[in-house]
Design a protein around this ligand. Structure first.
Ligand code: PGA
Length: 258
């Protein structure tokens, strides 16, 4: 199978930014100028803006995602939001295990796995984030970390459950730093992550699974990243908050991927 079998996905992670008015303006600008696009486009606003943004996207191919979720359906979990609630709010997808969640809010491979199970049960498209820190890269532990994260989150499913799952490789040292991985570093990590999926579930599933790159993706570097055969899309933070730049990222110009 070749990369052309995997439908590219460009996702914007708005993180904890913007008012409801900002969210509405941003998504209206995106929807208005999106034009024709063959691949999948997703935006992930903060929880409070989900329904407002979802309403504005009703007639647009842009889909709605949340930035996190809890694994239980309901109950005494103050501050949490469930997969059922996300579905109710119109979400199509959910980001899981973002490095900021892991680093600042205690997400672990085990909790990411529980969230993944719940996301799949609610038919939410899961975007599972993995990635090494600078220290891990510099001490040659990148592959070990990626292996642990892929196996930790993705073990224990029926292969058919994971057919929609997406991985986002986001080196922590590249997130919000302006230091993007080189296309070669991204490609190498993506091939490795895909191999870990293949070890768990076979090559067929692994070759069909989309692996996004995230970490300081910009209009300037998206083309060379997307030209890599195993880079199937981008998870974009800062640059997804500006409509003109994000539209340029959405309409990346990669050489024909094969
Ligand atoms: P960034 O964030 O594009 O601002 O580096 C990416 C992410 O955290 O998903």
């Amino acid at each position: 199978m070749t990369a052309s079998h995997r439908r590219p996905l460009i996702a914007g992670n708005w993180k904890m930014n913007g008012s409801l008015k900002d969210a509405a303006e941003l998504v209206q600008a995106l929807a208005k100028d999106l034009g024709s696009v063959g691949h999948e486009v997703i935006v992930a606003p903060p929880f409070t803006a989900l329904t407002v943004v979802g309403e504005l996207l009703k007639k647009s191919p842009i889909k709605l995602a949340a930035q996190d979720m809890h694994w239980e359906n309901a109950g005494a979990y103050t501050g949490e939001v469930s997969g059922a609630m996300l579905k109710d709010a119109g979400c199509h997808a959910v980001i899981l295990g973002h490095s900021e969640r892991r680093r600042l809010f205690g997400d672990t491979d085990a909790t990411v796995q529980r969230k993944l199970k719940a996301a799949l049960a609610h038919k939410l498209l899961p975007i599972v984030c993995i990635g090494e820190t600078l220290e891990e890269r510099e001490s040659q532990r990148t592959f070990k970390v990626l292996e642990t994260q892929v196996k930790g989150a993705l073990t224990g499913f029926a292969p058919s459950d994971l057919s929609s799952a997406v991985i986002a490789y986001e080196p922590v040292w590249a997130i919000g730093t302006g230091k993007t991985a080189t296309p070669e570093q991204a490609q190498e990590a993506h091939v490795f992550a895909r191999r870990q999926v293949a070890a768990l579930y076979g090559d067929g599933l692994a070759q069909g699974m989309r692996i996004l790159y995230g970490g300081s993706v910009t209009p300037e570097n998206v083309d060379s990243l997307m030209a890599q055969p195993d880079v199937d899309g981008a998870l974009v933070g800062g640059a997804s908050l500006k409509p003109i730049g994000f539209l340029r990222i959405i309409h990346y110009q990669a050489a024909v991927r094969s």
